[in-house]
Design a protein around this ligand. Structure first.
Ligand code: ATP
Ligand code: MG
Length: 378
């Protein structure tokens, strides 16, 4: 059901620009569940349930979560143009104590921390404005986000696209109306029994982007909200569903839908696009999970067949799923072994083609679990 003013309206401000004043959720008239939307919803439910089912069969689901969180952080940060790859991020983690590589990597690392912080906090605290601000603070701490008031809602008019509210693509509500909209938004987060959860996620994400309560980081926080909602409602036991890959691939369409909801009240069209994304990314995540399992099994066989393999080999192998970049000093620390033993084990892994040495130098070598990392290439 399309209707202008269904989502809110543009109001001319004293400064001359028009700003959007959103109506509270849920949409009125209510979402029209036509056959196409109903089919997509049931497809998305099924795909998510299958993904969740696979995680139960995994020997250690946290290994998957570790990489998925990082993959999402890289992609979500890249939507805006942050140039940091998965390799940069993991290398940064390996060398963190030594040096900070770049603002881009630090920003992506902040995303990992914000995600993990939010997931942990949600175990004992409801999804609320306060939690949203806390997550924003983690996301923008340090680096260039510092000037964008991390952890605080904005105190001035902002705009999306263009160089001022006069020539912007979109002007979110002015501060006073933003605060009212946020109050409604929080009530909706708590109540939230109007629609099936996946529909709620789609509504809440757009409403958040429409309110645009921060000076920066609204896109990333809004995408994190989707994962948090799914985990909080128990739809996923592990945070394995991330939409940034889909949004990045279809960036212009994603932006167009945000505008169409505001301008034409076309919630249904957006929800179809959104549910299609859930189906696609759930299927990709399942396929990746199956490939990781296969890699784990085949590599374990390789290690078991090697004459003289020891419990050290197994311990290192398990460690690699969370630390796919590794140095000899890390191996010594992990296994409590001598430098000579660490080097011997690493050489063995290199000969078995499990690890690849990437520095080409004689000293301070670094090794990479390439087959595993390749499963997370966008
Ligand atoms: N042309 C556009 N039309 C509609 N919405 C847009 C457009 N460009 C950006 N947006 C919205 O603004 C968000 C970006 O806002 P902001 O810069 O505060 O967030 P971010 O997390 O830093 O960026 P991003 O989402 O791009 O990674 C986008 O995610 C999208 O929701
Ligand atoms: Mg930004």
């Amino acid at each position: 059901m399309k209707a202008p003013n269904r989502t809110g309206q543009y109001v001319t401000q004293p400064e001359g620009h028009k700003a959007f004043i959103p109506k509270p959720l849920p949409p009125q008239p209510p979402i029209a569940m036509d056959p196409e939307l109903t089919l997509l919803l049931s497809g998305a439910d099924q795909a998510l349930a299958r993904l969740d089912g696979i995680t139960i069969t995994l020997p250690n689901p946290n290994l998957f979560v570790f990489m998925y969180v990082r993959h999402e952080s890289v992609l979500s940060s890249q939507i805006e143009g942050t140039q940091s790859s998965m390799d940069d991020l993991l290398k940064y983690e390996t060398q963190k104590k030594m040096r900070l590589t770049s603002d881009d990597v630090a920003e992506t690392w902040n995303h990992v921390e914000a995600m993990n912080y939010g997931l942990e906090r949600l175990k004992s605290f409801p999804l609320s404005l306060r939690l949203i601000r806390e997550i924003h603070e983690k996301l923008l701490q340090g680096v260039r986000g510092q000037k964008k008031t991390p952890g605080d809602f904005r105190r001035s008019q902002n705009w999306v696209g263009g160089s001022s509210p006069q020539n912007a693509v979109y002007n979110p509500p002015p501060v006073h109306e933003m605060n009212t909209a946020l109050d409604h938004f929080e009530k909706y987060l708590h109540q939230n029994k109007n629609y099936p959860i996946l529909i709620e996620c789609g509504l809440i994400h757009v409403q958040f982007e429409t309110i645009h309560p921060f000076l920066d980081g609204n896109g990333r926080v809004g995408r994190l909200l989707i994962t948090f909602l799914l985990c909080q409602r128990g739809i996923l036991k592990y945070p394995l569903l991330y939409l940034s890959h889909y949004f990045k691939q279809h960036r212009q369409e994603y932006y167009n839908w945000l505008m169409k909801v505001r301008n034409e009240g076309d919630w249904e069209g957006w929800l179809k696009f959104f549910l299609q994304g859930i189906i696609e990314v759930s299927q990709q995540a399942q396929e990746t999970a199956v490939k990781i399992l296969a890699l784990q099994t085949s590599t374990l066989e390789l290690i078991a067949q090697k004459p003289g393999s020891s419990k050290f080999d197994l311990e290192l192998f398990n460690h690699l799923f969370n630390h796919p970049y590794i140095k000899s000093a890390d191996v010594q620390q992990l296994l409590g072994c001598s430098p000579a033993t660490a080097i011997r084990i690493l050489n063995n892994f290199e000969n078995l083609k499990i690890l690849e040495e990437i520095t080409g130098t004689q000293r301070k070598k670094m090794y990479r679990f390439s087959q595993y990392l390749n499963l997370f290439r966008p």
